[in-house]
Ligand binder design. Structure first.
Ligand code: G4P
Length: 542
């Protein structure tokens, strides 16, 4: 389809140099953290520093809403449409365009989070300075490592009593097998937290608190002599720690950071804005810009190739007035322009780009153009699934399959109204394709009693609610005994299927075979007795 948008011909291919320049300006990243470590607060502060959020203009998410229970969550999802599990906030900072992909706050929705991580070039790992690494941090980190996503660490809440900063570094090194390299170092902690030493310049950056942290924190660069005179004991303590670090810690090697082996560490307080600017500067200066992406054949597709994008999230019913379905795409190459002719999915069908949206915070607005690293939402892009490629019509692209994540909760689903069996089947398939739950089939169970598998049990509440209200299929979800899943193959599945204490099931999506175990001890015993059987760990197993 040819057409004109804002006076620019959609047929004219943009110069490769324009695409490369725009790609180089972009940083596409996510924040990973355990709930309550400060992800929402930090997001708000990034917007504040990017000039996209003015003081008192409201926040990314309201306070009460963070505490939402499962049912509140769904109400909220409906009321707000797209915003709660929204896709991205885009803001500019120092002439760069930053795309911060939102990951759902609730721990139970981690599978969704994992999918989002397939679309970013870097991640900020936020730790609570009093707690260090927590369960969810570890899981999300594992996904980042698996995808070799570079990680910048932010140790937050330094305005409150925190753990020894050196001990926190040891914990990162020991538990995550990641080389932490402090770039900033705190002077004082809790109420006496006054600023940060920038190890690169050796300057002491002293901050001034602002009322409620609602405006950018004042900063003053203080030379070491003055800092010594004015900061007293806290300065000496910081100096001693820095001497230790200089002797013991690795060099800040950007190549190792890009390979996901080393993490630059920043201390600060999102609440008071201390250290937020230094962190944002690091994202701009250190995190990689969008680069070539490997296609299914393992060939790198350069950013200045014709338009291509990857679907990383599909969401239905974002607008209660219409039954719509939005596919969220990350642009991988070329320039996207609303109205351009694109195709996508397995069948390479035409996809309409007339209703392309960007989503910033709570608001949807029409996306006229997008460049590598940007996110667009295509409304009613039926047939698109997570992992699909969308590309210039006639120039097919395929991406490697999206890895599946280790489910740890299972239910057996049955439709409680036999006259709705058809709606039930199509509903379950739809939820599976969106990644709301994974659908597994047992050889004998078929689709009338599929196993639903999830990373967190809250996913089942959403599935049940949507099957009933959206597809008109009331459903019974019976508890199931399994706790652990392993990937297997045909040969091993034949052996496992005849054993007791193991259930073999097939993923509806992709046909992968899984062996389900009721107890990890049984799995361990079986592995010891039968080392020849294929039982591979899945990503995200805690
Ligand atoms: P999350 O998205 O990772 O779940 O965390 P969120 O930002 O919601 O922060 C969780 C709690 O931690 C909030 O407190 C928030 O204010 C607080 N917090 C975040 N960053 C800092 C920080 O740098 N210093 C201190 N002292 N607190 C921080 P809350 O009690 O749940 O809400 P509120 O009443 O404080 O808003």
């Amino acid at each position: 389809m040819s057409g004109h948008t804002g006076g620019v011909s959609t047929d004219a291919a943009p110069a490769a140099a324009d695409v490369r320049r725009e790609a180089a300006r972009r940083r596409t990243f996510a924040i990973i953290s355990h709930p309550d470590a400060g992800k929402t607060t930090l997001t708000e502060k990034f917007l504040l520093y990017g000039g996209a959020l003015t003081a008192g203009a409201g926040s990314v998410r309201g306070k009460g809403e963070r505490r939402a229970s499962a049912s509140d969550w769904m109400e909220m999802e409906r009321r707000r449409g797209i915003s709660v599990t929204s896709a991205v906030v885009q803001f500019s900072y120092r002439d760069r365009v930053l795309n911060l992909l939102d990951t759902p706050g609730h721990g139970d929705f981690s599978e969704d989070t994992y999918r989002v991580l397939s679309a970013v070039d870097a991640a900020v790992m936020v730790l609570d300075g009093a707690k260090g690494i927590e369960a969810q941090t570890r899981k999300l980190f594992e996904v980042c490592r698996n995808r070799e996503i570079p990680i910048v660490t932010f140790i937050n809440k330094w305005d409150r009593p925190a753990r020894d900063p050196l001990e926190l570094l040891d914990e990162i090194e020991d538990q995550l097998v990641l080389d932490p390299v402090p770039v900033t170092w705190p002077v004082g902690e809790g109420e006496r937290f006054s600023g940060l030493v920038d190890r690169r310049s050796r300057d002491f950056v002293r901050f001034a608190r602002t009322a409620g942290g609602a405006t950018v924190a004042g900063e003053e660069t203080v030379d070491p002599q003055r800092a010594e005179a004015e900061e007293g004991a806290a300065w000496h303590e910081a100096r001693e720690a820095l001497e230790l670090i200089d002797a013991a810690s690795a060099e800040l090697d950007i190549k190792r950071f890009e390979a996901g082996e080393l993490s630059p560490v920043f201390y600060g307080s999102a609440l008071t804005n201390f250290g937020v600017r230094l962190l944002l500067d690091a994202i701009v200066d250190m995190a990689p810009a969008p680069g070539a992406r490997l296609d299914a054949a393992g060939d790198p597709r350069a950013v200045d190739s014709p338009f291509s994008a990857v679907v990383f999230k599909v969401q239905s019913n974002t607008d209660p007035a219409h039954r719509d379905r939005i596919a969220f795409l990350r642009v991988c190459s070329g320039r996207f322009e609303r109205g351009m002719a694109v195709a996508g999915g397995d069948a390479g069908k035409a996809v309409s780009t007339r209703y392309a949206h960007t989503v910033v915070g709570r608001d949807r607005s029409t996306a006229e153009e997008a460049w590598p690293g940007d996110v667009i939402g295509l409304v009613n892009a039926a047939g698109l699934r997570v992992g699909d490629a969308v590309h210039t019509a006639g120039e097919p692209v395929r991406w490697p399959p999206v890895p599946s994540f280790a489910p740890s909760s299972f239910r057996v689903a049955r439709c409680s109204d036999t006259s709705k069996a058809k709606q039930f089947r199509s509903g379950v398939r739809q939820l599976d394709s969106e990644g709301v739950v994974q659908m597994l089939r047992r050889p004998e169970g078929g689709e009338s009693a599929p196993i639903l598998a999830a990373v967190g049990p809250l996913q089942f509440d959403v599935a049940e609610h949507r099957l009933r209200h959206e597809f008109g299929a009331p459903v019974e979800l019976a508890p199931a005994p399994w706790t652990t899943a392993r990937r297997t193959d045909q040969a091993s599945a034949a052996v496992l299927g005849a054993m007791s204490g193991v259930t073999v099931a097939e993923r509806a999506e992709g046909g992968e075979l899984l062996a389900l175990f009721e107890s990890p001890y049984w799995l361990a015993r079986l592995q010891a007795d039968h080392p020849e059987l294929t039982l591979e760990r899945l990503i995200g197993e805690g």
